[in-house]
Ligand binder design. Sequence first.
Ligand code: ZN
Length: 140
Amino acid sequence: MQYKRFGKKFLIKLDKGDELVASIHSVMNKEGVKAGVVVSGIGGCSSVVIRYFDLKTKKYTDKEFKGFFEITSLSGNISVLDGKSFAHLHITLGDSDYNVFGGHLGSAIVEITCEIVINPFEGEILREFDPGTGANLIRM
Ligand code: ZN
């Protein structure tokens, strides 16, 4: 993994074998980013875990997808959860049949590369567990 700042924005370049979510957490915590937007992310990945939130059980169901997928889109935001920088990420993937699918990203192992742009905000966005929904929500 390598990253570079362009003004306030970050370009993060991930390499084969990097875990996408942990890599973003690592850079954001190292750089002290406590709020921001994941502007874009494109590349390839394998061994992807997508989480689907079940409204009845208020819990995530995880599904792992193995194979090679194009990351056609990665978006999300940066906030603080339990005192650490946290990335809430959604991903869409393209498969070998040119189908696209996606959802809430749990983890993904990068194949070839992944190019991510993050635009930090000044200040801090706090996220905390909301018992009503069962999800970790932004606190305004
Ligand atoms: Zn989500």
